[in-house]
Design a protein around this ligand. Structure first.
Ligand SMILES: Nc1nc2c(ncn2[C@@H]2O[C@H](COP(=O)(O)OP(=O)(O)OP(=O)(O)O)[C@@H](O)[C@H]2O)c(=O)[nH]1
Ligand SMILES: [Mg+2]
Length: 300
């Protein structure tokens, strides 16, 4: 399993060790790749981390069970059922690492899913202010996507729209909106979905992705699954590109530093040799990382 954090740390080390060896521009181009990867909102690692958020009783836990295809979290009639975050992790694990602390995950359950997707069932928040603060400060920076789960009754609650989603327009790209419990409004589903979409646009959510789901009985979560898997593919493509960019820049930087080992003498030659050795490691690690990511994409 590749380790993106480790790879980015190695890139930083190569930048530090090439001071006085490479030009500022050459060092900046290595640093910029690592910085871009860290700044990208979401989980720094392979696999896709998806949080399920929404009002109590909307069906977050039911939806999680339907997405993974078997019952891994408790569904209930007494609210709230989910009292601390639960992570559902595929058997061929994604390493959660710091996510456990960042999201306050109390329980980790294993799914039989083959895709590298981690679902996090968030508990209901005590208040809208607390929910807003937690989503912005704690959830959005560390997950790749949030599925907002609505039910047909409360989907237009003005509190959710004006006080909550209204200020989250900047995060639109990370959001998927699931209108759940469609079995209860079969004939009206399309018009309710269009109404929800109109409200989301009014909230400032650009191009909102609204999918219809049924998480109980005759479950239908096909469109949501497709939307999530598209994000997994997009993330894989981005990570693969990152690894290729790092491999190329590491190889170029190695060649430059290595030439200086012969030209320079004494301490200058040994600092060039150390930089060259670090770029060799970076090139090898980045190449291996790209191979792991591509193999995962082909196997799934
Ligand atoms: N008819 C129907 N019922 C559903 C659907 N999804 C969930 N339910 C029911 O709605 C109730 C709440 O579902 P949960 O999955 O526990 O909801 P939750 O959002 O996780 O609730 P909290 O954990 O309390 O925040 C349960 O009785 C489910 O059986 C659905 O698509 N259709
Ligand atoms: Mg729940």
């Amino acid at each position: 399993m590749g380790d993106l954090r480790g790879l980015l740390d190695l890139a930083d080390m190569a930048v530090a060790r090439s001071e006085g060896v490479l030009s500022i521009d050459e060092r900046k181009s290595v640093a910029a790749i690592a910085r871009r990867a860290r700044l990208r909102a979401g989980y720094i690692g392979e696999g896709l981390v998806v949080a399920l958020a929404g009002g109590t009783g909307s069906g977050k836990s039911s939806l999680l069970n339907a997405l993974v295809g078997h019952e891994v979290v408790r569904v209930g009639v007494v609210r709230p059922t989910t009292t601390s975050a639960v992570a559902a992790v595929p058997a061929e694990g994604v390493v959660l690492g710091r996510l456990i602390g960042d999201l306050g995950i109390g329980t980790i359950v294993q799914t039989s899913g083959e895709k590298q997707i981690v679902y996090v069932d968030l508990p209901d928040f005590d208040s809208i202010e607390q929910a807003h603060r937690q989503i912005v400060n704690e959830v959005l920076p560390v997950v790749d996507a949030v599925v907002w789960v609505f039910d047909p009754e409360k989907y237009s609650d003005p509190v959710i729209h004006t006080e909550f989603l209204g200020s989250l327009g900047n995060y639109s790209r990370q959001f998927i909106f699931a209108l759940n419990q469609i079995d209860r409004i079969a004939d009206d589903a399309r018009s309710v979905a269009m109404d929800l979409e109109r409200q989301l646009l009014a909230d400032g959510i650009e191009d909102p992705m609204v999918v219809l789901t049924t998480a109980q009985g005759h479950t239908d979560v096909g469109d949501l699954t497709v939307a999530i898997e598209e994000r997994l593919d997009a993330k894989r493509t981005a990570l693969s590109k990152l690894a290729i960019d790092l491999t190329q820049v590491a190889n170029r930087s190695w060649a430059t530093s290595d030439r200086l080992v012969d030209v320079r003498a004494g301490a200058d030659a040994s600092s060039a040799a150390l930089a060259a050795a670090t770029f060799v490691s970076l090139g090898v690690e980045a190449f291996e990382f790209a191979k792991v990511i591509d193999a995962e994409g082909t196997n799934q």
